[in-house]
Design a protein around this ligand. Sequence first.
Ligand code: NAG
Ligand code: NAG
Ligand code: NAG
Ligand code: NAG
Ligand code: NAG
Ligand code: NAG
Length: 161
Amino acid sequence: MLAVLFVVGTLCPLNFAALDISLLDPRSDGVLTAIFSDAFLLRFPNCTTYGDKKAEVLYQILKTDQNQTASFTVPNCNDKQASRGYLLNKLQNGTSYSVWYKIGDETSSNLTNSTIPVTNFSQINDGLPARSGAMVVITVILAVAMVVLLAGLIFLMFFSG
Ligand SMILES: *[C@@H]1O[C@H](CO)[C@@H](O)[C@H](O)[C@H]1NC(C)=O
Ligand SMILES: *[C@@H]1O[C@H](CO)[C@@H](O)[C@H](O)[C@H]1NC(C)=O
Ligand SMILES: *[C@@H]1O[C@H](CO)[C@@H](O)[C@H](O)[C@H]1NC(C)=O
Ligand SMILES: *[C@@H]1O[C@H](CO)[C@@H](O)[C@H](O)[C@H]1NC(C)=O
Ligand SMILES: *[C@@H]1O[C@H](CO)[C@@H](O)[C@H](O)[C@H]1NC(C)=O
Ligand SMILES: *[C@@H]1O[C@H](CO)[C@@H](O)[C@H](O)[C@H]1NC(C)=O
């Protein structure tokens, strides 16, 4: 009986190693960011369990039904050349997505996050305030002061020497 419990106890953690999905973490994974305007940088599934297996990543804009799929092969644990994560790109900027992995019959939980919005160039210009009245007054005063100063200097140059 004890032996059975022991075997079950050691096998269970392996059998229930769940397929996980998360973004890379800029604090611990040595990346600058995991969220771009058109992409997410996803952590690869655990290489011990899923190395060399074909994986699918399904994603859809939140609150829509049309999922899209991309597939890749999970790098194995010996692959030192492998990048740190899978770049899921060609996404729309400033949009919430639901993303999950599928390997064989296993499905991960849902990751939900949003891409960074891209500000339209013409909208950036729209935000600039027009030159204010006070700015015009100050510019005129400074210009007049400069003319007076220059006139004074020229006057001094001619009449002091
Ligand atoms: C991958 O899974 C194995 C066994 O389930 C575990 O020992 C290991 O810590 C996991 N690796 C990572 C990076 O989570
Ligand atoms: C993804 O969409 C297709 C077609 O819309 C559907 O057949 C499939 O079941 C969906 N997959 C998941 C995991 O929801
Ligand atoms: C960003 O998203 C908005 C709204 O979806 C879209 O109109 C705009 O073209 C996108 N900008 C870029 C650079 O893709
Ligand atoms: C993730 O959420 C979407 C809806 O946002 C749903 O269609 C999809 O089936 C979910 N996937 C899983 C694995 O729960
Ligand atoms: C999106 O990801 C960032 C960085 O990983 C995290 O701080 C934030 O809580 C996430 N947002 C949601 C809605 O989960
Ligand atoms: C930027 O905005 C203008 C008008 O507001 C629009 O015609 C143009 O398509 C937009 N460009 C992008 C990249 O969204």
